[in-house]
Design a binder for this molecule. Sequence first.
Ligand SMILES: C[S@@+](CC[C@H](N)C(=O)[O-])C[C@H]1O[C@@H](n2cnc3c(N)ncnc32)[C@H](O)[C@@H]1O
Length: 240
Amino acid sequence: MTEFDKSQWAKAEFAQGYREEADFYIIERKRLLEILKSFCRCFINNKQGINVLDLGCGDGIITHELLKMNDLLSVTLADGSEDMLHKARERLKGYKNTRFMKVSFQEMIDKNILKQNFDFIVSSLAIHHLTLDEKRALFGNIHSHLNNEGYFLNIDVVLAPTETLEQWYLSLWKEWIVERKTVLGIEGTHHEEIVRRYKDNADDKPDTLDEQLNALRVIGFKDVDCYYKYGIFSMYGGRK
Ligand SMILES: C[S@@+](CC[C@H](N)C(=O)[O-])C[C@H]1O[C@@H](n2cnc3c(N)ncnc32)[C@H](O)[C@@H]1O
């Protein structure tokens, strides 16, 4: 049994629960996608024959947004979950240059599975499932599979640097959920539970933004920065 198989993501019903609720509880998901697209317009789309890798692709939402902007992209989508890959295949069936890989991040690191380089490696809300050592190893693997001047961008939840800030960031998240419920006319307390579930879930191993930015710098990434942040939700990356 792989590390991935031991996680909740290996269960189809857990993956389905995420797909059903993600739009609702991911803070500023639409804005995150808009910033991602702006990043691509600025740094990626000005080249020809662009190869993209989407790590922990889930149902393919990130790749879909990129393809809506530029359907000439050639995209590899990787995820440990067959169920998620199935949904991604369905979602992207109209696009030709897509390739799907069932692989866990741990296998990717240990077996050096990637056989080509990419111009853009993107990930959303997946890498926080790795320990800090695994994150560092994955970042190294990403760096070695980027073409020169290629970019890595990660949208992810991060650990607050102090307990005081953590309390506030989690309150911010709850406030976001309550506001969304009001706007959408949703009742019940189930959704506030999402924050507690995140904290209690052994599969969630967030590390601080500083640790992750430093890891990227040590590996040799340039232009490393946090490009957006709202509480624990962040977007960061760098250039090879
Ligand atoms: C929260 S979902 C995010 C999906 C999508 N990127 C999005 O933004 O909606 C996390 C995804 O990471 C995948 N994942 C989690 N741990 C993984 C691992 N160790 N190796 C590969 N994929 C993993 C899950 O199967 C799931 O599809």
